[in-house]
Design a protein. Structure first.
Length: 233
C-alpha cells in the first residue's frame, strides 16, 4: 500500500507567539500600512535591508575611531525595523502575492542584519573579547535554525522566546549602543557582553528542550494514527 503525502498550505507568513510589544506593534502597523507611498512596494521595503546592513557595518567601523558613530548605527536599526515590519504588511494589504519570496528574503536579510551588528561590535571591542562576539553569533544563529526546523515539522513559525522577539531585540541593541557610548567599551565588555552570551544560551537550551519534546509527541501521535489505520511508519 502506498502512502500519499498531502502538501500543507504554506504558513511562513504567519508568525506564532506574542512578544511584550506585539499588540502595540500590530496597532502601529495597521494604522500606517495604508499610508506607505504607492511607489514603495513590498519588495523595495525588503531589499532596503541590504542598504541598512551596509550602513551598519560602515558606521560601526567608523565607531572604532569615534564611538559617537554608534548613534547613527542605532538610527539604521530603527530604519531596518520600519522596513522589516512593513514589507509583509504592505504585501498583504496590496495582495502582491509575494508570500514565499517574502518569507525567504525577509529571513535572509534578518540574518544579514544580525551578522552586520555583530560584525560591527567586533570592530569596537578589544581583541580578547572578540571570541565572545563570535559565540553570540553562534547562539543567535541557533535560535534561527531552531525556528526554521520546527517550522518545517509543524508549519508554525515561532520567532519569540519568553515574549522576547525581534522588536525587543532591536531595542536591546539600541540600549547596548547607548551604554557603550555613555559608559565606554570596557564597561560593555565586562558587564554587557557576558550577559548577552550566557542568558541567550540558557534560553536556547530551554527552548530546544521544550521543542524537541513537542516534536517527540507529534511523532508518537502520528505513529498511533498510522497504526490504527494499518499504515506503515
Amino acid at each position: 500500500m502506498s502512502v500519499r503525502f498531502v502538501r500543507r498550505d504554506f504558513a511562513g507568513h504567519l508568525k506564532k507567539g506574542a512578544s511584550f510589544l506585539s499588540d502595540r506593534e500590530q496597532r502601529f502597523i495597521k494604522k500606517y500600512t495604508p499610508k506607505v507611498p504607492k511607489w514603495l512596494g513590498t519588495q523595495h521595503l525588503t531589499l532596503l535591508s541590504f542598504v541598512w546592513v551596509g550602513f551598519i557595518v560602515y558606521f560601526s567601523f567608523l565607531a572604532k575611531y569615534n564611538i559617537n558613530w554608534l548613534w547613527v548605527v542605532s538610527f539604521c536599526i530603527v530604519l531596518q525595523y520600519l522596513t522589516d515590519v512593513f514589507d509583509g504588511a504592505v504585501g498583504r494589504y496590496r495582495n502582491t502575492g509575494l508570500v514565499k519570496w517574502g518569507y525567504y528574503m525577509d529571513h535572509f536579510t534578518d540574518f544579514l542584519f544580525l551578522t552586520s551588528m555583530l560584525t560591527g561590535y567586533s570592530f569596537i571591542v578589544n581583541d580578547h573579547s572578540k571570541y565572545l562576539v563570535f559565540f553570540v553569533l553562534i547562539i543567535f544563529a541557533g535560535f534561527m535554525v531552531s525556528s526554521f526546523l520546527i517550522f518545517n515539522v509543524t508549519n508554525e513559525l515561532e520567532i519569540t522566546y519568553f515574549k522576547f522577539g525581534p522588536t525587543e531585540m532591536r531595542i536591546m541593541l539600541i540600549l547596548i549602543n547607548t551604554a557603550i557610548i555613555l559608559f565606554g567599551v570596557e564597561f560593555a565588555e565586562k558587564r554587557i557582553l557576558p550577559a548577552i552570551v550566557y542568558i541567550p544560551l540558557v534560553v536556547l537550551i530551554i527552548s530546544v528542550y521544550r521543542r524537541q519534546r513537542h516534536i517527540w509527541q507529534i511523532d508518537q501521535e502520528d505513529k498511533k494514527r498510522s497504526s490504527s489505520k494499518g499504515l506503515p511508519r
